[in-house]
Design a protein around this ligand. Structure first.
Ligand SMILES: Cc1ncc(COP(=O)(O)O)c(C=O)c1O
Length: 451
């Protein structure tokens, strides 16, 4: 997949088409698995075994692009088991423990609790927790949210799937600035909608013109992720204003929603403001989670917020509860919901962001010295450096330069994710959820593979 040069869309289809061709190869001649799917990792998959899967899932999980991040993470686990150091920068698995306050809160909640605290509840969550979130976010966005505007979800991932299930029909289009979180491909596939990646500007800034050029009568959602995974970019107020204006001017039978996926909003390194569409554009839906700012990725708690000005505000609220149910989430985890009002808003109710900030600075400085280009990272814990020209020459017909470099780094026991996984070759995605030794080892590995 390559970034569009000056065009509005990014051509995401060749990869998919290739996957389909390869998938039919394994269905028809059984040779695919041995030759392609397991190019790097995993045991060969037999033709018979592959028949167990739906075409949709088989095409994806036996495809080359699938879950690079997870695949690299598993590779790192394997390398660790084989012995020796591994400098694993592959997965954004929060390395900071949840705050002590959260742990104490959970302990207290479990002592002498009233009966019924672990039963089913309203699919949208506990009313008092929704009311708490509404009040808290009303202060942040200066919007009159009500409890009914809040749906508690199984993380941001759950919320994204709930939104897609609720507002998009098969064949509808979702515009997303690239590079983007690669799971979006799968969420779009779950809802049979088409992801339409659009080019970003210098340093991955939101480019309203590419959004405008990609709008069609089928556009249902513009999906924005700021601060961004993988780039760390924060979209500025001017680009959001321009995007809101052009969406308002777009003639469409049905509302076009802006979905803000913002799980890194509370992980800003330096107090930088993170401008939002909520409050700028009436049909805004806001998603966040506490996977990162409270270090609770495994506990699966997040929420979804409806703009008070949204078309169909009340219906959306009903639809989100329904989708939570029928997608099989049913409701967000009860105990996690109950903890939020007791933890959020306390100064100690957050992980120590400075640790991630320091890691990002150290790695960025080291990489810059080796000739990599990185925009300043102001939030989150990912870096997305562009390869120096000399290393871009590593690319071949078989593998793009970032994939080739990923392999070279692996030989130095450093595990990264190629930018190809995010639709942007010639870059690497590095997670800074690591300790100092991993940064030292990774920088030594980068130095060893040259620049
Ligand atoms: C941009 C983005 N959106 C959504 C998610 C999913 O987060 P959660 O763990 O809250 O489901 C992630 C996780 O890495 C992410 O980076």
């Amino acid at each position: 997949m390559s970034r569009a040069q000056g065009g509005a869309r990014i051509d995401g289809q060749p990869t998919r088409a290739k996957l389909r061709t390869r998938a039919s190869a394994y269905r028809h001649d059984g040779g695919f698995a041995a030759t392609r799917a397991c190019l790097w990792y995993g045991a060969p998959v037999s033709h018979d075994a592959a028949k167990a899967l739906s075409a949709r899932t088989g095409d994806t999980i036996l495809g080359n692009k699938e879950a690079w991040t997870r695949r690299m993470f598993e590779l790192a686990t394997q390398m660790r088991a084989d012995g020796g150091p591994v400098y694993d920068l592959s997965l954004g698995n929060p390395s900071l423990e949840p705050p002590a306050l959260w742990r104490e809160t959970i302990r207290e909640l479990l002592v002498d609790e009233a009966p019924g605290m672990h039963r089913y509840m309203s699919n949208a969550g506990y009313p008092e927790v929704r009311a708490f979130i509404a009040k808290r976010e009303a202060r942040r966005f200066d919007q009159p949210f009500e409890a009914s505007d809040v749906t508690m979800t199984v993380g941001a991932a759950g919320a994204l799937n709930v939104v897609l299930r609720s507002v998009a029909d098969p064949g509808d289009e979702i515009i997303v600035p690239a590079p983007y979180f690669s799971e979006y491909d799968h969420y779009a596939a779950n809802a049979s909608v088409r992801l339409v990646p659009v080019a970003t500007g210098p340093d991955f800034a939101l480019d309203p013109e590419t959004v405008r050029a990609a709008l069609t009568p089928r556009t249902r959602i513009v999906l924005l992720n700021s601060p961004n995974n993988p780039t760390g970019a924060i979209y500025d107020a001017a680009s959001l204003d321009a995007t809101a204006e052009l969406l308002r001017a777009h003639r469409s039978e049905r509302p076009v929603f802006v979905v803000e996926d913002s799980p890194y909003r509370d992980l800003v390194h330096d107090g930088s403001e993170v401008p939002a569409m909520m409050g700028r554009y009436e049909n805004s839906l806001y998603i966040t989670s506490h996977s990162k700012d409270l270090g609770l990725a495994g506990e699966r708690i997040g929420y979804l917020l409806i703009s008070p000005q949204a078309t169909g505000r009340e219906l959306l609220s009903r639809a989100f509860g329904f989708s939570n149910r029928v997608l099989g989430f049913v409701n967000a985890p009860a105990l996690m919901q109950r903890a939020l009002p007791l933890v959020l808003g306390h100064p100690e109710g957050r992980v120590e962001v400075e640790v991630y900030a320091r890691n990002c600075r150290r790695m960025a400085e080291g990489l810059s010295a080796l000739g990599y280009h990185l925009p300043p990272v102001r939030a989150g814990f990912f870096l997305f450096p562009r390869l120096p020209d000399s290393l871009r020459a590593l690319g071949t017909a078989e593998a793009s330069s970032d994939v080739a470099l990923t392999e070279k780094l692996r030989a130095q026991r450093c595990v990264v994710v190629p930018g190809t996984a995010f639709g942007v070759p010639d870059h690497l995605r590095l997670s800074m959820c690591v300790d100092d030794a991993a940064i030292d080892g990774a920088l030594a590995a980068f130095a060893a593979v040259g620049s």
